[in-house]
Design a binder for this molecule. Structure first.
Ligand SMILES: [Zn+2]
Length: 83
């Protein structure tokens, strides 16, 4: 897949992002006032582009798989955040 067409706003180290363990998503402040979001499962799948849902800007997350918290398989219910 070619990334050349993507509108990448910036490249952010994952350690500079905020991890929300409740919804298993990394976030980073977007200049529009919302936040870039990427799910940890997407990172594990090799996805590295976090998108802001409000303005469609994107950032590339700089990370190594070994940086990610270990997968927790015990509870996958109850936290559907899709509105
Ligand atoms: Zn935004």
């Amino acid at each position: 897949m070619a990334d050349d067409g993507l509108n990448i706003y910036d490249e952010i180290e994952i350690e500079d992002m905020t991890f929300d363990p409740n919804i298993q998503i990394y976030t980073y402040p977007c200049p529009c006032g919302d936040r870039f979001e990427i799910a940890i499962d997407d990172l594990r799948d090799g996805e590295e582009i976090a998108v802001c849902p409000s303005c469609s800007l994107m950032i590339r997350v700089i990370f190594d798989l070994s940086d990610l918290p270990k997968a927790e398989t015990q509870s996958t219910s109850g936290v559907a955040v899709q509105a």
